[in-house]
Each structure stands twice: as structure tokens, then as C-alpha cells.
Design a protein around this ligand. Structure first.
Ligand code: HC0
Ligand code: SF4
Length: 576
């Protein structure tokens, strides 16, 4: 089939939209609501208007994203009329949008402002002044803020929550200019939301964002009575450089340590250390459950997954490992063992986590994950907040000279701890240590290829040796595949011994608290994962049980995995 765009003739296939054909030939048409990576083209923002002429039909103005191109059409993407209509369209969108851009979380990287710029908007004659009197425009969760006054009704969030995560927690509410997105049931608790943050990742404006806690951290840093302890999650070092113009997937661990020192952090630790401790506990727990023929056991480190089970499949709670997540493990050990070793009063210590995750904010606030009335982790910053924090202090990561950890108690990590952030990583880390415990010798090939695929649901048989022989394992990332797997297990159609789940598609390297990419959804997962595997390959100890600081922690403080003390500090329970 043949049609012309801006006077040039092009071939196309039946069913292709005007936008698809234009993109195929590198012809720019501005878009706003559309997001190709999640197959979302609702045509609601009308920014992609083009002029269409065809024999025997009057000139029409159609949205390029959802209009299939037809034989013989002549499409104009930048006629004077098209440009004027796009500007007017944008002006209308701005008019029922809260235009307090200076205080918006997206200040600096808003897609709406970028499109306003690209269509040449020079004035907005109408201003949002009223309209929300009869409606509460903001749903505030502990992790995510849902602000309808900044919503442009693109419905990307609805699409990702419904089609990618299969949670379906969001809906459009209100009428006319006050319409916007809200949680079903009006707040997080009654809604099916698990705070995975995928909706935040695709929101083009400040309508969906995390609860900003950067000020709390600055207040800690300014208080001389407080000892600030920072931890960075496994995924942070491979996904943060991009924000400062460094190549995607580059390992910037050293620059982050240097930036934290410049910020004034007192102690800098690595969540990977917590991950190694988790393997000691979870591996022991799993072997115990295998002996008792209790299968399957599900991993418990992903908080959106935990909420998913609590809200959607509460009957499956007994199958969750009782081991705390690495974030919470590190927090509680910092406030007990480390505080004791370094002579710090725990009440004066504040643990700040830098996480690629929104759900970790909720996890840290669970009362069961605190001691003596204090949380074990005080504040969780997403990667985006951490970038904001550095900017507030004028720190440019690109110019930091890489530095190294200096805490002698809780900063060493093994290759096994490092790969936690990618799908299959927790499984691989656990198997390396369980094999050693069962057989008294190390696995010959520590890189377990069967576990390293990237499909949303993967299964494998692995030989654990000894009394256990072959065990059946499964790994999922993304909640759509997870739900399908859980349904199969519940119905007795599939059975496994050990199942690893990460709620975010791609795992933590693409978590809901990572940096947002304009017009793209999760573009760098495989680069980040490749760097994690590279870190593993170059780490001195590749198994959690060979981490010398972990060995010392058990020798001097915890005793053995699953000792009474370890159980009290490092295990948890789940909600009814
Ligand atoms: Fe993850 Fe974690 S690996 S959940 O994916 O287990 O957020 O990066 O920090 O806690 O370690 C996130 C990442 C973590 C935890 C670890 C686990
Ligand atoms: Fe849906 Fe996750 Fe957003 Fe909640 S946080 S509304 S579950 S996408």
C-alpha cells in the first residue's frame, strides 16, 4: 500500500497507523498520551493531530497514533493549521492542569512541558483556579501520592496497572476539567494496589510520584546529634549514572560512595551485605522446610510481592519465607550489632536506604519491622529522590572521584549478594550456599545458566545433592506472570520447592523507584543486569557464606543461622 507524508511517497502495511509509518521513516510527530513500549495509543491528548487529504473527501484533522493510514492519503504533519491546532490543544490541557510547575516533583523532567515546548506553546490564556472544591484531588499513600490536579488523563498508568501488572487498581474519576486518575476505593488500603510503582514509571507529569522524603534526610544530616547510616540497594549502582549523563548500566558504586561522603553521611553500608545475611537465613529455612516436605517456599524480599500475597492470596502466606528482606536485615543489624561495635546509641542512629523501589517505603513503616518502638529503617529514598537530594546539595555524580567503603563490619559483599537485583539472582545466590551446606563443598560452576533467562516466568530442575537430590524451582518477574503461576500452584496443577518473585517487570534493576525515561518503559534492564553479572564475576567471594564480615557477624553476635537471636532479629510475620 502507498500513501504520502509531507509530499514524500511511502509504502506501508495494512493496519499500520499514521504514527507508526511516520516513525518508521524518522518523521517526527509530537505525542503525549501514547507510549509505544506498553502498546498504548488512546488518542486522548490529541497532540499528534495531522492534516489528511484524500480524493473526494474534505480535509480532515486526525490523531496519528490511533488512525490507520489508508491507500492514497496525503498526510501533512506540520501544516500551519496543524501547528495551530496542536498549540490550542496543549493550551487546553494546561488549562485544566495544576500549573504550579515550580513545586511539582517533575520540575526538570516533565513530559507535558517538553511537549508544550515542542509544539511552540507561547501563552496559556486560561488558568486552573477552581474546580476541586467538591473533590479531594490527592490520594496519599505511605509510598505513592496520586494527585489528580496534575493528571492529564493519558491513562498510561491505568494501562500498565491493568495490562502489565494485572492488578487493575486505577480508574478515572470526576467530570470535565476535574476528571483524573484515582485509586479504586479512594486510597491504598481498600484498593488492590501493591505500591509496585510501575504507574509512576509511566506517568508523564507529576500526577503520580513517590512520597518525597529528601527533606527528612537533609534534616538528619544537619543534626549533629544524629549518626546517619546509608545503605544502597544492589540495583542502585547499575542504574544511577544515567541521571548524570553516564552510560546506561555503568557501575557507579564508587561515585555514589564519594557523593554520600560529600553529603555528610557518617556511615555508608551496602544492602548487598544484608543480602548475604538473608541467604544464610533463608537458605537454612528452606532446607528445613524441604526436610519437613513443606513446599513451595516463596522468597520474601520484594515488598510489593508480599503485599500482593497479603491482599490477593492471603491463604498463601504460610508459604512465604519468614526471612526479612535485605533492606530490613541491614537496618536491624545496624541498630544492634553495629551500634554496639561502634559505640553509638541506637536512638540517635538513623538508617536511610537508597532503593530502586517505592514499596520499600511501606515496608520500612511496618510496625513488625521495628524494635523498641523505633523503625529499623528510618527513611527510604527512591533513586529519583536520591538524585534530587544530590542536586539540592549541588553534587554532580559525574565529577565524583570513585571511593570505597571503609566500614569494617557491614560493607563487604559477595557476588551472590550483588546479583539479587536481577530476576533469578536470589535463587542463584541461595543455591550456591545451600549446595555448600548440603555437600560440604562449593558448587563447581557457580554461574547457574538455567536460572539466567529473562522470560517473565521460568522454571528449572537443579541438583542440590545429598539427601535432597533434584529440586524444582521457579522464578517470576512482573505480577501478571506471577499471578498466573500462583493460580497454577494453588490449583495443584504445578508444584515447586522454591519460587523467587520480583513484582516489577525486569526485577529490581527496573523497579518502580528507578529513574523515569521519557517516552520509554524499561529500556535498560539487560545492560544493568549484564553489569551485575560482571560485578559477581569480579568479586573475591562469590558465595554469601564466604563473606568474611558475615562470618564475623555470626561468630561474634548471632551465633548460627536460625539461632534464637537470629530468629528474633532477622525473621518476620505477615498480615491477616
Ligand atoms: Fe531489591 Fe533487595 S534486590 S528487593 O530487588 O532481596 O528494592 O536492588 O534492595 O531488600 O538486596 C529492591 C534491589 C533490594 C532488598 C536486596 C532483595
Ligand atoms: Fe497499580 Fe502498582 Fe501503581 Fe499500585 S503502584 S496503582 S499496583 S501500578
Amino acid at each position: 500500500m502507498q500513501a504520502s507524508i509531507n509530499g514524500q511517497s511511502y509504502q506501508f502495511k495494512p493496519g499500520q497507523t499514521i504514527l507508526q509509518v511516520a516513525r518508521e521513516h524518522d518523521i517526527f510527530i509530537p505525542t503525549l498520551c501514547e507510549l509505544n513500549d506498553i502498546d498504548h495509543a488512546p488518542g486522548t491528548c490529541r497532540v499528534c493531530l495531522v492534516e489528511v487529504q484524500a480524493d473526494g473527501v474534505p480535509t480532515r484533522y486526525l490523531t496519528a497514533c490511533d488512525t490507520p493510514l489508508q491507500e492514497g492519503w496525503q498526510v501533512l504533519t506540520r501544516s500551519a493549521k496543524v501547528q495551530e491546532m496542536r498549540r490550542l490543544q496543549l493550551e487546553m490541557t494546561m488549562a485544566d492542569h495544576h500549573q504550579s510547575c515550580s513545586t511539582c516533583k517533575r520540575n526538570g523532567n516533565c513530559e507535558l512541558l517538553a511537549v508544550a515546548n515542542s509544539v511552540g506553546l507561547t501563552e496559556v490564556r486560561f488558568h486552573y483556579t477552581q474546580g476541586w472544591e467538591n473533590d479531594e484531588p490527592v490520594d496519599e499513600g505511605q509510598a505513592i501520592i496520586y494527585d489528580r490536579s496534575r493528571c492529564i488523563r493519558c491513562q498510561r498508568c491505568v494501562a500498565v496497572c491493568r495490562n502489565v501488572q494485572n492488578i487493575d487498581s486505577l480508574e478515572l474519576a470526576g467530570w470535565g476539567s476535574t476528571a483524573g486518575i484515582r485509586l479504586k476505593g479512594g486510597s491504598v488500603e481498600p484498593s488492590p494496589c501493591v505500591t509496585c510503582g510501575q504507574c509512576v514509571m509511566v506517568c508523564p507529569t507529576g500526577a503520580l510520584s513517590e512520597r518525597d522524603q529528601t527533606q527528612e534526610v537533609l534534616d538528619y544530616l544537619a543534626d549533629p546529634a544524629i549518626t546517619t547510616v546509608f545503605q544502597m540497594a544492589p540495583a542502585i549502582r547499575v542504574g544511577f549514572g544515567e541521571e548524570f549523563g553516564l552510560p546506561p548500566g555503568l557501575n557507579v558504586e564508587g561515585q555514589i560512595i564519594a557523593a554520600l561522603r560529600k553529603l555528610g553521611a557518617d556511615i555508608i553500608l551496602d544492602t548487598n551485605f544484608g543480602a548475604d545475611v538473608v541467604i544464610m537465613e533463608e537458605g537454612t529455612e528452606l532446607l528445613g522446610r524441604l526436610r519437613q516436605k513443606k513446599s513451595p517456599t516463596f522468597t520474601s524480599c520484594c515488598p510489593a510481592w508480599i503485599t500482593f500475597i497479603e491482599k490477593h492470596y492471603p491463604d498463601m502466606r504460610p508459604m512465604l519465607s519468614s526471612t526479612r528482606s535485605p533492606q530490613q536485615t541491614l537496618g536491624v543489624i545496624a541498630k544492634t550489632y553495629l551500634a554496639e561495635r561502634r559505640g553509638i546509641e541506637p536512638a540517635n542512629m538513623r538508617v536511610v536506604s537508597i532503593m530502586p523501589c517505592t514499596a520499600k517505603k511501606e515496608e520500612a513503616r511496618r510496625p513488625e519491622l521495628g524494635h523498641d518502638g523505633r523503625p529499623d529503617v528510618d527513611v527510604v529514598l527512591t533513586m529519583r529522590e536520591f538524585a534530587h537530594l544530590l542536586r539540592r546539595e549541588g553534587i554532580d555524580l559525574k565529577h565524583m572521584e570513585p571511593s570505597a567503603y571503609d566500614d569494617p563490619y557491614m560493607s563487604e559483599y559477595s557476588g551472590a549478594g550483588a546479583i539479587f537485583a536481577t530476576t533469578g539472582g536470589v535463587m542463584e545466590a541461595a543455591l550456591r550456599t545451600m549446595y555448600y551446606v548440603v555437600n560440604g563443598k562449593e558448587l563447581e560452576h557457580v554461574e547457574i545458566g538455567q536460572l539466567r533467562g529473562f522470560e517473565n516466568v521460568r522454571t528449572a530442575h537443579v541438583n542440590l545433592g545429598g539427601e535432597f537430590g533434584e529440586i524444582k524451582v521457579a522464578m517470576c518477574h512482573g505480577l501478571k506472570g506471577t499471578r498466573e503461576l500462583v493460580e497454577e500452584i494453588r490449583a495443584g496443577r504445578m508444584d515447586f520447592d522454591f519460587v523467587e518473585v520480583m513484582a516489577c517487570p525486569g526485577g529490581c534493576v527496573d523497579g518502580g523507584g528507578t529513574l523515569r525515561s521519557k517516552k520509554a518503559y524499561l529500556p535498560y534492564a539487560l545492560k544493568r543486569r549484564a553489569t551485575l553479572y560482571d560485578i559477581d564475576r569480579h568479586t573475591k567471594a562469590r558465595q554469601s557464606h564466604n563473606n568474611q564480615q558475615v562470618q564475623r557477624l555470626y561468630a561474634e553476635f548471632l551465633g548460627a543461622p536460625h539461632s534464637e537471636k537470629a530468629h528474633h532479629l532477622l525473621h518476620t510475620s505477615y498480615r491477616d
